[in-house]
Design a protein around this ligand. Structure first.
Ligand SMILES: NC(=O)c1ccc[n+]([C@@H]2O[C@H](COP(=O)([O-])OP(=O)(O)OC[C@H]3O[C@@H](n4cnc5c(N)ncnc54)[C@H](O)[C@@H]3O)[C@@H](O)[C@H]2O)c1
Length: 282
């Protein structure tokens, strides 16, 4: 396929463009930052004209696309003022998704987040592991993700062939970022993430599987490793972090408290990079 990837210069974007190219796809990266070169075009996604034009065609880059992967965003609160996070991400997502629709693209995969389901979980979730059915925003970044999912839910009703897949990534760990797992025995570690993590290379795998499935309508999947990033049994974590919240009777010993069951069953996604293999004590 000919695929545009927004946010291609970022952590997940680099892993995703690399994987899709390895799989034989033609990939055009779109980002406001990045090295000039074949396979990349600099675009300010806040500018609708630039977005639409770059999806329709770019001289010396492409004359048409089959699919879009939208990963560009300010990926957390705190980097810029809270309102700026919201404005940047909402405007970029509207521009990208609406321009894709206008340009005739029917296969869209985009990055949502654990923040669309209640991160940092100061309020307890309704049940554990937390599934895709739970939607809650507790900051402006999460509010953007909830609204982007809501926008997609509506857009797919405008065009019956349109497929949009929201991948709710948990905290993305680059291959060189496993040092933090030294805290795996600390019960406070990753509490705000329900203990979850996902390797950037596995995030890219989820994108690839979602592009391949792409059924009409909106689908939402949690994307996390199947285990937590802790060496404390998950039932113990659940009882300590969220006393009184119902826990699935068949919860695995170290199973992620961000449910990965839907992505496993429908996308065939199981993360292959696990902290127990990747972490090297200093
Ligand atoms: N990193 C995580 O832990 C995490 C967790 C959950 C969800 N996500 C989501 O995954 C996606 C990728 O995150 P990441 O970690 O790769 O982030 P990143 O910051 O490494 O990369 C994001 C890229 O988007 C680009 N970008 C942002 N706004 C833009 C704009 N207006 N115009 C053009 N380019 C713009 C940036 O230049 C950057 O290269 C984001 O949507 C993020 O919200 C990330």
């Amino acid at each position: 396929m000919r695929i545009a990837v927004t946010g291609s210069s970022g952590k997940l974007g680099r892993a995703t463009t690399a994987r899709l190219r390895e799989e034989g796809h033609e990939v055009l990266g779109l980002d406001r930052g990045g090295e000039a070169g074949f396979g990349f075009t600099r675009v300010d996604l806040g500018d609708y004209g630039q977005v639409l034009d770059s999806l329709l065609g770019v001289t010396a880059r492409h004359t048409g696309l089959d699919a879009l992967v939208h990963l560009a965003a300010i990926p957390v609160n705190g980097l810029v003022p809270d309102a700026t996070t919201f404005h940047n991400n909402m405007i970029a997502s509207f521009n990208v998704h609406f321009a894709a629709l206008r340009a005739g693209l029917r296969r869209i995969v985009f990055a949502s987040s654990i923040t669309a389901m209640g991160f940092p979980f100061d309020q307890a979730p309704p049940a554990l592991p937390v599934t895709e059915e739970h939607r809650a925003a507790r900051n402006t970044y999460g509010l953007g993700k909830v609204l982007e999912e809501t926008m997609a839910e509506q857009l797919v009703t405008w065009q019956p062939e349109l497929s949009m897949t929201a991948l709710r990534f948990t905290n993305v760990v680059g291959p060189e970022e496993y040092g933090g797992f030294a805290r795996a025995s600390d019960p406070g570690y990753r509490r705000d993430l329900l203990g979850s993590y996902v390797d950037a290379r596995d995030g890219a795998l989820a994108v690839s599987l979602a592009l391949a499935r792409a059924e009409p309508g909106l689908a939402v999947y949690n994307v996390a490793a199947p285990d937590t990033g802790l060496d404390i049994p998950s039932a113990e974590l659940a009882a300590r972090w969220f006393p009184g919240v119902p826990v699935a009777a068949d919860l695995g010993e170290f199973e992620s408290l961000m449910s990965t069951r839907k992505a496993r069953d429908e996308l065939g996604f199981t993360a292959v990079h696990r902290w127990r293999d990747e972490y090297r004590p200093a």
